[in-house]
Design a protein around this ligand. Structure first.
Ligand SMILES: Cc1cc2nc3c(=O)[nH]c(=O)nc-3n(C[C@H](O)[C@H](O)[C@H](O)COP(=O)(O)O)c2cc1C
Length: 343
């Protein structure tokens, strides 16, 4: 079995069974202003939104996790069918395995299960594939856009990691000339300076992949023992959403764990929230049925929050008042960054 395949299986196993989360998203330092005089009818709350040209029935994306082995192919197909049923987005895991072994494309192909879903392909910026390779990889699985992931902390924590990051921005820039690119962190967050560079590189959206959820440094430490990369490292998701307000659509991934978290991410300036680890665990507990039930619970909670903030649709939720406090407020002051609605 190739190293890439072996690593994929180990990642799934460690993430399913061990404590792989670290730190805090700082979403606990965001509070809505409760509105007792709400005039919104719960039955008419509209959670629809548009992302990368496709309509989502709720502002949610199942984030990139897997592909490249048979077991992963089954997981991708079942999770994508849940995304189709709920009208939310779906991202496949890194397609590196299928560039190395082309017949593995089937383990990422979910278009038949999810004909109308926003499907995101995935590849690492550090892998230095040509734009043609990246474009073929996206087209082969009929994805709508390509996530190009940035994961320097994870690569550093892997004994076999790619540690030459000198081509990453150039690779993104080249790809963005030919196809719709989403620049995506994987758990350490993106800063305002990063977001501005990515915007000028031509990306169509940013997935902040903030700190406070799954920690890939921790996963790699569990897999390999020693590594010198600090685990407590990264920009918490709430701070990263605020940092990345540069006029591009934002997906807020990293430690999103409830419908309330989704609502907070949107009120901070995200256009959709992404979730990975909980979905994997629900899947292993109770298959696609459990995944669907739990995501439906999140959407119900999001709707309740919308009623309690007098928001009848996502545009209104984005404008609703929140109070930011504690370290998140200090971070914003120190960094000179503000929520989108206050710019
Ligand atoms: C098992 C697993 C595999 C992942 N594989 C990828 C990947 O191949 N490419 C990628 O961009 N992100 C990958 N991620 C990162 C997630 O897409 C997400 O950014 C990160 O886990 C933070 O979200 P969470 O806290 O909800 O898990 C993976 C996450 C998990 C849990």
């Amino acid at each position: 079995m190739s190293l890439v395949k072996k690593r994929k299986l180990e990642h799934l196993d460690i993430c399913a069974k061990q404590d792989v989360e670290e730190g805090s998203t700082w979403l606990e330092h965001v509070r809505f202003v409760h509105n007792s005089l709400t005039s919104v009818n719960l039955n008419e709350v509209d959670t629809k939104t548009k992302l990368l040209g496709k309509e989502l029935r709720a502002p949610l994306v199942i984030s990139a996790m897997t592909g490249g082995v048979d077991e992963a192919g089954k997981i991708n197909k079942e999770l994508a069918s849940v995304a189709e049923e709920l009208g939310i987005g779906f991202g496949v895991g890194s397609q590196r395995a299928m560039i190395e072994t082309p017949e593995l494309w089937k383990t990422y192909y979910v278009r038949d299960e999810a004909p109308s879903t926003l499907i995101l392909g995935n590849i690492g910026a550090v892998n230095n594939y040509t734009t043609n390779q990246v474009e073929d990889t996206m087209k082969k699985i009929k994805a709508d856009a390509m996530c190009i992931h940035l994961n320097p902390a994870q690569e550093l924590a892997q004994p076999e990691g790619d540690v030459d990051f000198s081509g990453c921005l150039k690779n993104i820039k080249e790809a963005a000339k030919a196809l719709p690119v989403v620049a995506k962190e994987t758990g350490n967050g993106l800063s305002k300076e990063n977001a501005l560079l990515l915007k000028s590189a031509g990306v169509k959206a940013i997935d902040v992949g903030g700190y406070g959820g799954t920690s890939w440094v921790k996963v790699e430490k569990l897999r390999n023992g020693a590594s010198h990369t600090p685990i407590d490292w990264g920009i918490p998701t709430a701070a990263s959403i605020i940092e990345c307000q540069v006029g591009l659509p934002i997906i807020a991934t990293g430690g999103i764990r409830s419908g309330l978290d989704v609502a907070k991410a949107i009120a901070l300036g995200a256009d959709a929230a992404g979730v990975a680890l909980p979905v994997l665990r629900w899947y292993y507990e109770g298959g696609k049925v459990r995944v669907k039930e739990n995501l439906e619970e999140w959407i119900k909670e999001l709707k309740d929050v919308m009623v309690l903030t007098n928001s009848s649709n996502i545009a209104e939720l984005k404008r609703t008042d929140i109070v930011v406090s504690g370290p998140l407020l200090e971070w914003c002051n120190e960094r000179g960054v503000k929520q989108r609605k206050h710019i």
